[in-house]
Write a protein that binds this ligand. Sequence first.
Ligand SMILES: Nc1ncnc2c1ncn2[C@@H]1O[C@H](COP(=O)(O)OP(=O)(O)O)[C@@H](O)[C@H]1O
Ligand SMILES: [Mg+2]
Length: 233
Amino acid sequence: MEHVSKVTHNLKKMCEQYHQVAMERERLTGQMTPTISKPINWEYYGIYKRFRHVEIATMDVATDNAIAFEVIKDYASHIVDNLNQGLGLIIKGPVGTGKTTAAIAIMKEAIKHKKSPYFISMISLLDKLMSFRDQEERYEFEQRIQNCPLLVLDDLGGEYIGKNKEESWMLKRIMSIIDERYQRSKSIIITTNLPIKELAERYDQRAIDRIRSTNQIITLLGESLRKEEWRKS
Ligand SMILES: Nc1ncnc2c1ncn2[C@@H]1O[C@H](COP(=O)(O)OP(=O)(O)O)[C@@H](O)[C@H]1O
Ligand SMILES: [Mg+2]
């Protein structure tokens, strides 16, 4: 009996080690390794708990947004080709219209196709970039931001970039992340509450034009779905 429990213990340990090696390989190459049926580590992809059950196939679509969702579904159904070509989306619209949900539904398709995406809200991105003390950790994070096959920048425009646009370190960092990915044909999905014109004013017209050349713009309309949820509860 003791022997069996030792074997089980060793097997469990081996699985954990295999998983760690797989994660490290995935971080470095952006390719997923088939793992021993371990549940998906949503946190690793930056996916919040409340979005874990989102699936493109089962998303509820308001009539106002039927056409927009067709584009989202079409992008998701060709995810591998789209990521190989560095194509992305700009999903814009008022708060609560399902932008983040749509981006996460697309990420799930990428995960299914063994492409390792990364989701980060703009507020957390700047928070992280400012708070790293360990240089190695910072380097690893920046590598991932640069190299992952799909980066979701959630709520662009919601972050504080300082009063002086010309001198804003944060603005420069955001622009360089976006520009580097563009130069290396790596896909980005951006969600934002701001109209394109305001994005161009806030950041940089040329940078926004460049994003537009690879990212189709999708506008979600309607009342906040969050309100729907309050009404239901
Ligand atoms: N297609 C949908 N059908 C029903 N509810 C949705 C849908 N998309 C999002 N929601 C819900 O509506 C709320 C707002 O969605 P979210 O994606 O956070 O919006 P946004 O990012 O545009 O602010 C969330 O609570 C989410 O669960
Ligand atoms: Mg959102």
